[in-house]
Design a binder for this molecule. Structure first.
Ligand code: SAH
Length: 669
């Protein structure tokens, strides 16, 4: 029967050295510390297994190799003072006590802290000190530390720990947006304000709880974000504004700024999401147009997907791809808010796309334009019926009967939802689904001649089924209908990528609140998700989300839903907002990379949740704080942020009064 010593030696050789760790002092420490003394009695026999083991309080003692990896990366020197957060069994502190001058361990659970302290004393580690407390706040009295080892996984890097790192100090910490899946990070403080970060690979640690970690015991597991009001002192604002100023890429003009560095950051992303902080700012449209033009012309993007209605955007698509036009029941973009797409800035982009596509003979390579939204019940019904009239008149008759169910509600579908919800009406769900199913069943037959037209009809039939659900959900609450709408946008985007084939790359234009990751905003607390979150979950690093913000100026918006467009003055941003920080940089405009920041310290500092402003189609400056601000964590929301300090309203174009005929479509002719 091998002794513990034999097993320990074998562990060092097979589990640690064999995986490439060679540092003599480190290996010697592993040879000396008896791991069995740190493992609960019933697991003694397993002490030298290549695995983590359960300890008291539902925690674990880490796998020996992972400990070795962390300590190796932290490059502990004999003169170092080291902090370990999440002392647990005490094993890591014991190893550290042989490697460094002084070791400070913090453990969340009182009982574990006491057991660990007793064990360390028993084996004679006199230079190891264990305290019960919240290690995400560090141990300020004993700071700075030459190295900090965090043995539990947090949602983000605790700011306190960064600030308690000596210059030249190393922090090793598992960080991940999910509780049990993290990336092991090595962060080196290279100067007062600069930190360099590298990844040591994927790991699984128990959660790091506490005020700069995950929420505690039973509380919903969310990274710290909303909830408490945030006050930022003037000094703090100035400091953060300086950090932003130092790590942004300033520019003078939306029309001239070079996009090379942004394109390099976008790299091989399949999906680029371009946001906007309002639905009526000219500069946001112009810059999104420029970025999109570069993505199309230089990087092969071939789908432009808009927060617009499917049939309306399809009319634009037909124009820019030079396909036959189709009549619409209601003139394109004639529904509130008309200025969102019926504006000269967007028109310029459409003109550009048409010119560009004209130069491309192979039709399948032309860039297409689509709408992701759900509000087009009437036009979508018209489009499906028109399509069927052309390809299958008897199916058209059946569909016409089915869709007749919607006739009383087509112009004002929100009343449909109420009537069904209060039980006045049976509803048209069966009819909508039935027609979609009939259409899909005929896919092969209909697709023979023209896949594009079939796809368009199938998407319209899908919009009808989803809109039907949406208008009913509206009466059950904002969350359900919001989620349904954003899921629909996501499904539509996936359908587009599939339709355009494996090389397809898409640019999405939608409000920040749709494209920024909802999980990093207070939306998550209300159970809301969004397009940006779903895209990020599916595409990971191959999605790149760019948020847009502004401090002041003018904006096109209405005072009430369905009200007329007005040009309103945008108030300077709230002092507790991200926008205020950006404004305080004193720069007119800039790009701020957040996924690959120019300074990690800036990114970390911005992780602290703050207010952010969202102006939609309605803007009410007098109640701005309650109606337009929400809490968010900017670097969690976006991969990059575009700042334009002062902005102007879009130039809206006239709305046609009569139903447009095909030859006056698309707009502006
Ligand atoms: N190094 C330890 C790992 C224990 S597991 C070992 O190998 O035994 C991680 C430990 O982190 C748990 O004991 C958990 O209670 C502790 N922990 C989690 N959040 C903490 C926090 N904010 N401060 C201190 N300890 C924390």
């Amino acid at each position: 029967m091998p002794t513990f010593k034999d097993r320990r030696d074998a562990m060092v050789e097979m589990q640690i050295m064999a995986r490439g760790i060679k540092e003599e002092r480190l290996l010697s420490a592993f040879h000396k510390i008896p791991r069995e003394k740190f493992v609960p009695g019933r697991y003694h026999d397993l002490s030298y297994e290549d695995a983590p083991l359960p300890i008291e309080e539902g925690q674990t003692i880490s796998q020996p190799y992972i400990v070795a990896l962390m300590l190796d990366a932290a490059k502990i020197k004999p003169t170092d003072r080291v902090l370990e957060v999440g002392t647990g069994s005490g094993y890591v502190c014991a190893l550290l006590s042989l490697l460094a001058t002084d070791v400070y361990g913090i453990e969340w659970h009182q009982s574990l802290a006491s057991i660990a302290a007793a064990r360390l004393e028993a084996i004679g580690c006199a230079n190891a000190h264990v305290m019960h407390g919240d290690g995400t706040l560090g141990w300020p009295d004993r700071a700075p530390f030459d190295a900090i080892i965090v043995s539990a996984g947090g949602p983000e890097v605790p700011h306190s720990l960064l600030s308690q790192l000596a210059i030249g100090g190393r922090l090793v910490i598992p960080v991940g947006a999910e509780q049990r899946q993290q990336e092991l990070l090595l962060i080196v403080r290279t100067s007062q304000d600069h930190y360099e970060r590298s990844s040591l690979g994927k790991v699984q640690f128990v959660p790091l709880v506490g005020s700069e970690g995950w929420a505690i015991d039973g509380a919903p597991v969310e990274p710290r974000r909303a909830g408490r009001p945030i006050r930022i002192g003037v000094r703090e604002t100035a400091k953060l504004a300086t950090l932003i100023g130092e790590s942004c890429e300033p520019f003078d003009s939306v029309d001239k700024v070079g996009l090379e560095s942004m394109l390099a950051r976008i790299g091989n992303a399949r999906i680029v999401l371009l946001g906007e902080a309002t639905h009526g700012t000219a500069e946001f449209y112009r810059l999104r147009a420029r970025i999109t033009e570069a993505l199309v012309a230089r990087m092969g993007f071939n789908i432009v997907a808009l927060e617009a209605d499917w049939p309306d955007a399809a009319a634009i698509d037909r124009r820019v791809r030079m396909l036959d036009s189709m009549p619409l029941r209601e003139p394109m973009f004639s529904r509130f808010p008309t200025w969102m797409w019926r504006n000269t800035q967007f028109q310029c982009f459409v003109d550009w796309l048409e010119r560009r596509n004209r130069c491309i003979d192979d039709r399948s390579k032309r860039t297409s334009v689509h709408g992701l939204d759900i509000y087009s019940l009437n036009n979508s019904i018209g489009a499906v019926l028109d399509y069927l009239d052309r390809v299958d008149p008897s199916a058209a008759e059946r569909a016409r009967e089915m869709y007749a169910c919607f006739t009383p509600w087509e112009r004002d579908p929100s009343t449909y939802g109420r009537a069904v919800t209060v039980g006045q009406l049976e509803g048209c769900e069966r009819q909508a689904l039935g027609t979609l199913r009939d259409l899909l069943e005929q896919r092969l037959r209909y697709c023979k001649d023209d896949g594009d037209n079939f796809f368009d009809a199938a998407r319209n039939a899908t919009v009808i089924t989803e809109a039907e659900k949406y208008y009913r959900a509206m009466y059950r609450g904002a969350r359900e209908s919001w989620n349904l709408r954003d899921r629909h946008m996501f499904e539509t985007l996936l359908a587009l990528l599939e339709h355009r084939g494996p090389d397809a790359r898409a640019v999405v234009w939608a409000h920040n609140s749709h494209i920024g990751n909802a999980a990093a905003t207070e939306m998550a607390m209300h159970g809301e998700l969004n397009l940006g979150q779903l895209v990020r979950e599916k595409f990971g690093d191959r999605a790149y989300a760019i948020g847009f913000g502004t401090d002041r100026g003018t904006v096109a918006a209405a005072t009430n839903w369905d009200g007329p467009m007005e040009v309103k003055v945008v108030r300077p941003a709230h002092p507790d907002s991200y926008e205020h920080l950006c404004h305080e940089t004193g720069k007119k405009a800039f790009f701020l990379p957040l996924r690959k920041p120019h300074s990690l310290g800036m990114r970390v500092a911005l992780l602290e949740p703050r207010l952010e402003r969202a102006i939609g189609v309605v803007y009410r400056p007098d109640t701005e704080l309650v109606s337009h601000y929400f809490q968010a964590t900017l670097p969690g929301q976006f991969d990059e942020f575009v700042w334009i300090d002062e902005t102007n309203a879009v130039e809206a174009m006239e709305i046609p009064t009569a139903v447009a005929s095909p030859d006056t479509l698309p707009f502006g002719l």
